[in-house]
Design a binder for this molecule. Structure first.
Ligand SMILES: Nc1ncnc2c1ncn2[C@@H]1O[C@H](COP(=O)(O)OP(=O)(O)O[C@H]2O[C@H](CO)[C@@H](O)[C@H](O)[C@H]2O)[C@@H](O)[C@H]1O
Length: 645
């Protein structure tokens, strides 16, 4: 994750300007600066002609109607007027040119906002369904299995499928990365070119992007295609650091994501205007601003809502103020993105500290704000955890909700995991030790089932508390333990891992790189998973660990504190309670004390250890329960009018 990172900045007063001073309503202005909503222009190669429904309720889509009327003059265009029960546009019916493809006349049932039964019998299994279904558009820089550098990819790869299974119509829009390696590029091979090109006005000109599409697990996976997404490295950078044009790349993503529901005939129908945009982190942060500044003044997206999901507040997409003009946002809206660094954070005497902050823009223009755990929803309103946005977030406290992430229970299941040596479950733990022995063998460590094996998996980043691991390692290595680390990121940390492996030959292994199968084998094979994160919005590895009977030892912060119950050996008549250890304060000493307690419990108190494993394995971390809470937030978002009309 690139972008400018900084600690505890207090925004100057001016940086919390929320809305523009003048309304942007003038067509001439549009003409001059190129802010005509793209769907009003024709895509260069339309795959379908449009047949539109126009809102009778708000009258908000009248401009959209006239744009579509224009298109009617072209052959094959038909206009309809299908709306939902509240009179809102629910999607465009599309008629292919020359009528080659037959499309149904009415939208599919699941494209509407109908009330459904709460449960439905599917394949003999009772599946729970949403009471109200919606058209949901996730906008994200990564979505597993197509792209993943961390937890954002996991969430945007799994939550959409669960929402789709609950009856929603779900689209995920993310870039079509092609980094030149067969394994990575192959992941996009199932996505086909939709043959729809659109031009996006930003960065001083028209940028043409295309769309690829794969329908999988009930979700429309849409990939925005542009040459800037085709280069070696990960989504954000390469071995030289973050890409210098990330603001450009993710601006394209946001503009394209706003057009996708209007122009892409997925399964024969567009998603239409009554969408809920799920805006994930700063990369997607321009979406709510575009809805407010580029579309709503023309009656488009009046019925849409946006929810910004904060996975990590430390990355905000901050760039110099002069870049504002590149973003394709009307000048009146500068205040929404305006950000002024405090004096101490400026680089020289003439530095005015003026910047644009994309995540801030999303926070001030979105309809609701979500964080990925309850604890984190509070932390971001504090000076320590707010990364300079705490005052602003506090002012919007009433619309912030924290919902703890779920996990993909199919991918992360010790009873069927394809990556691990032996399968096991809470009822039969015997396979777990086989996984441990196989891991020790794979790593070239002494094969010792009795020796506590501690693991760490994660980005090698300040957030993850790597410095604490580094400083505590000499003392920890004096004990009878083994330690394995999997991670990539900070080159100095990577070098340290290689050096530690040479120093502690029989005890320490450092796997530098990003490797999903290895992460599964470490999760299954270790006894203990260490997470000394400085802050952790939710954290997924501790959830995976508990599911695999691997006991987490974590710093008591954010989502870690919410999800790991500290072990109390005296609770329940000596039968113990809890699923791991949470330590505080964040010091080497308290981390080592917790680790040593865990190791001692592992070696000397086997029944307690088994209790810890089983309680963790039995916890419910499924997305289903989180999805119900998400739906409640969607409901709230639609009760109110758009925050910025
Ligand atoms: N070298 C490597 N090889 C293979 N796999 C690796 C790996 N390094 C990390 N991973 C995987 O990446 C994911 C990391 O997820 P986390 O939630 O722990 O952290 P992250 O900080 O990226 O996510 C942010 O977003 C998520 C999602 O909301 C929040 O949980 C979290 O707190 C927040 O910081 C896990 O699936 C992990 O296995």
């Amino acid at each position: 994750m690139e972008s400018l990172k900084f600690t505890s900045l207090i925004p100057c007063k001016s940086s919390v300007n929320l809305i523009p001073t003048t309304k942007f309503v003038n067509h001439e202005v549009i003409g001059q600066v190129g802010f005509v909503p793209l769907w009003k222009r024709r895509s260069t190669r339309p795959a379908f002609r449009l047949r539109a429904q126009v809102s009778g309720g708000s009258g908000g889509a009248q401009d959209g109607a006239s744009a579509l009327e224009d298109q009617r003059e072209e052959k094959g265009v038909l206009l309809g007027a299908e709306t939902d029960s509240s009179g809102s546009v629910i999607g465009f019916n599309l008629i292919p040119p020359n009528g080659e493809l037959k499309v149904p006349d009415s939208p599919p049932e699941d494209a509407t906002s109908d009330r459904l039964d709460e449960t439905e019998d599917i394949d003999g299994k009772e599946k729970s369904k949403a009471k109200v279904t919606r058209n949901i558009v996730f906008v994200t820089a990564e979505a597993a299995p197509y792209s993943k550098t961390g937890g954002l990819g996991d969430v945007c790869g799994s939550l959409p499928t669960v929402l789709a299974a609950r009856g929603h119509r779900v689209m995920v829009v993310s870039p079509r990365y092609q980094n030149g390696t067969a394994a990575a590029d192959q992941k996009f091979s199932g996505a086909l070119d939709l043959d729809t090109r659109i031009k996006i006005y930003c960065f001083g000109g028209d940028q043409e992007v295309g769309f690829f599409h794969e329908y999988r697990e009930g979700v429309d996976w849409v990939f925005v295609d542009h040459p800037s997404f085709h280069r070696p490295g990960n989504p954000y950078g390469d071995s030289f650091g973050a890409f210098g044009d990330n603001q450009f790349r993710f601006t394209l993503l946001c503009h394209a994501a706003c057009e996708a529901p209007l122009v892409l005939p997925l399964g024969g129908y567009t998603y239409g205007e009554k969408c809920l945009f799920m805006v994930n982190d700063w990369h997607a942060g321009l979406v709510p601003l575009l809805l407010a500044a580029k579309y709503r003044p023309y009656g488009v997206y009046k019925d849409a809502r946006s929810v910004v999901v904060i996975h990590n507040l430390a990355h905000q997409g901050v760039e110099p103020a002069v870049t504002f003009k590149n973003l394709g946002i009307p000048p009146e809206w500068y205040g929404a993105l305006e950000w002024v660094f405090p004096t101490w954070a400026r680089t020289h005497a003439l530095d005015t500290g003026e910047a644009v902050n994309i995540l801030k823009g999303a926070i001030v223009t979105s309809d609701r704000i979500l964080t990925v755990s309850e604890g984190y929803s509070w932390e971001i309103t504090t000076v320590e955890g707010g990364y300079g946005l705490n005052e602003l977030l506090s002012s919007r406290k009433s619309i912030i909700t924290g919902i703890t992430n779920g996990v993909d229970v199919v991918e992360w299941d010790p009873s069927s995991d394809v990556h691990i040596a032996s399968h096991y479950s809470a009822d039969d733990l015997s396979g777990k030790v086989q996984c441990k022995l196989a891991l020790q063998k794979e790593l070239g460590l002494p094969i010792r089932p009795d020796c506590p094996l501690i693991g760490f998996i994660g980005r090698l980043d300040y957030q993850k508390g790597i410095d604490l691991i580094q400083s505590g390692m000499p003392q920890l290595m004096e004990d009878d333990v083994q330690f394995v680390m999997l991670g990539s990121g900070d080159p100095l940390c990577e070098d340290w891992m290689r050096a530690a492996e040479a120093t502690y030959k029989d005890k320490f292994r450092g796997w530098v790189g990003f490797n999903v199968p290895v992460s599964h084998r470490i999760t299954a094979g270790c006894d203990i998973l260490l997470m000394p994160s400085r802050f952790e919005p939710c954290g997924l590895n501790q959830l995976y660990a508990m599911r695999y009977g691997t006991v987490p030892v974590v710093h008591s912060t954010g989502g870690l504190r919410d999800t790991v119950l500290n072990f109390n050996p005296y609770a329940q008549g000596g039968q113990g309670d809890g699923t791991g250890w949470t330590f505080s304060p964040l010091t080497k000493e308290s981390m080592l004390a917790a680790l040593r307690l865990a190791c001692r419990t592992f070696t000397e108190y086997k029944p307690s250890w088994e209790g810890l494993m089983k309680r963790g394995m039995e916890r419910d971390f499924t997305w289903e329960s989180a999805a119900v809470k998400y739906e409640q937030v969607f409901e709230w978002a639609f009760i109110d009018p758009p925050y910025i009309c």
